[in-house]
Design a protein around this ligand. Structure first.
Ligand code: FCA
Length: 327
């Protein structure tokens, strides 16, 4: 009897120990569509910080297309991961990604770009953390209008060059927010010129898009410039420079605040005035934390979490980055 007790005690202890071992053995994937973009580098860095804080492993993988997404999901599963965070290269891949995650028994949290289903509706049942896109777009439009008013340019001589990326909801909402803010502050809708970006949102594709407008409206004297993110605005700034537009006759404001630091650090100012800094670090940390707690404790993550933005310029960016722990 005594030895039976001992045996069951030993067995119980072994169970507890193996439970503990399992608890620390959490692994997650962190999959992003554009790993070369500083936004996603900051996100990934903070995901890794979360892993270091809680003691779990983060496998970071760049997934620029659908095939690589599916391979990455299979790979992390084979490596013993229990879930992943993803910013998909195409939101319409949502149902396929969910199916692949289920087949591999992986939990999943989405970041930045929200999945849509076959009928074009958000997949609201999949946890999502992303920008409060319309409001952040509004902030961009307001920053442009505030600076425009300071410069006292006659509105009739100003064009609003807006690069757009309407196939993605978060980016469409941002540029629509900017249009709403500008028109509410009295900017004529007829002087807003949209430049749709074809392909990926990058500096060269945005430059090409902006050039179409600059060629169409060569007589505009002053430009205000916006777009869905920093690179799409930087492309437009480069296009203005290529067209020999005077630096002082344009005001450009981006979104992200992570991909324009080199620009703001330049010794000689360009037309890039500032950016609405989003919380890439918070998003990377939070999504990983949610997923970890879901895996470890079964805590269901919140389905829709939104982050805010804050204007940075050449004057304040160092200070703000420090305050946000992003320096
Ligand atoms: C999208 C954009 C990124 C970033 C993110 C919050 O994924 O492509 O640059 O703005 O939303």
């Amino acid at each position: 009897m005594k030895s039976l007790w001992k045996l069951s005690l030993l067995f119980g202890m072994a169970m507890v120990l193996s439970g503990l071992a399992q608890a620390v053995d959490v692994k997650i994937g962190f999959l992003v569509k554009q790993p070369e973009e500083p936004w996603f580098q900051v996100e990934t860095k903070f995901a890794q910080k979360c892993g270091a804080d809680y003691g779990f492993e983060v496998i970071a993988i760049g997934v620029p297309d659908g095939e690589r997404v599916l391979n990455a999901i299979d790979n992390i599963a084979a490596n013993g991961a229990q879930g992943f965070v993803i910013c998909t290269p195409d939101v319409r891949l949502g149902p396929g990604i969910v199916a692949r995650a289920k087949a591999n028994n992986l939990k999943l949290v989405t970041v930045d770009d929200r999945f849509i289903d076959a009928s074009g509706k958000y997949m609201e049942e999949i946890p999502y953390v992303g920008m409060s896109a319309f409001n952040i777009g509004r902030q961009m439009g307001e920053a442009l209008m505030d600076e425009l008013q300071k410069r006292n340019w006659p509105i009739a001589e100003v064009g609003f060059l807006l690069t757009t990326y309407d196939e993605l909801d978060t980016t469409r909402e941002r540029t629509e927010g900017a249009v709403a803010a500008a028109t509410e502050k009295g900017f004529p809708a007829s002087q807003i010129y949209r430049a749709p970006i074809i392909g990926m949102m990058e500096i060269p594709t945005s430059l090409t898009a902006a050039n179409v407008i600059l060629t169409q409206y060569p007589n505009v004297k002053y430009w205000i410039v916006g777009g869905p993110n920093d690179n799409s605005v930087l492309g437009a700034v480069r296009a203005l420079e290529g067209n020999n537009h005077p630096v002082a006759n344009a005001i450009a404001v981006g979104i992200n605040g992570t991909d324009c630091i080199n620009e703001l650090e330049k010794a000689t100012p360009t037309s890039f005035y500032g950016s609405i800094l989003g919380l890439a670090g918070v998003e990377g940390y939070k999504t990983s934390e949610m997923l970890y707690k879901w895996i470890k404790d079964g805590t269901s993550p919140q389905l829709d979490t939104r982050t805010v933005g804050r204007l940075i310029t050449r004057e304040n960016f160092r200070q703000v980055l420090k305050e946000e722990g992003m320096d």
